[in-house]
Ligand binder design. Structure first.
Ligand SMILES: [Zn+2]
Length: 135
């Protein structure tokens, strides 16, 4: 369930480190290609310069994109708060009200099965993140 539950998985951490290293290496290569391109242009080697610049810019865009994806990973920068999504389910006929884990595809006012008290319809009425622990 918990994609955000920051239980330290060694394999996953290794993948993240490799991912980060790969994007940094691509970034360095791109910078190298761009400096080579500038050098080629100063030597009037326009064709060589263009292909170097092209490769450099593509690599730069790719590595920056990879880094931005890395930065946006949950639980990596903010280790302190572990949140999980909670959905509140209410019955339309009686006063039954319950909280359960958010399930992918939940939205407010979605029908959520039968009421365990009266058998009536229940609706998702709230969806919010709940802090479950600090680490
Ligand atoms: Zn009910």
């Amino acid at each position: 369930m918990g994609i955000l539950s920051g239980s330290g998985n060694k394999g996953r951490k290794l993948i993240l480190i490799v991912y980060l290293l790969v994007s940094i290496v691509i970034l360095l290569f791109s910078a190298f290609f761009i400096t080579q391109a500038i050098q080629a242009y100063t030597l009037y080697q326009y064709e060589r310069g263009f292909s170097l610049l092209f490769t450099g810019v593509i690599g730069l865009a790719l590595s920056l994109y990879m880094l931005s994806v890395y930065m946006r990973r949950p639980g990596l920068i903010r280790h302190k708060e572990v949140r999980r999504m909670v959905a509140v389910v209410e019955c339309v006929s009686c006063s039954y009200r319950d909280r359960r884990d958010y399930v992918s595809g939940d939205y407010v006012m979605k029908e959520s099965g039968g009421c365990p008290v009266c058998g009536g319809k229940t609706l998702v009425t709230e969806i919010y993140p709940e802090v479950v622990g600090r680490g």
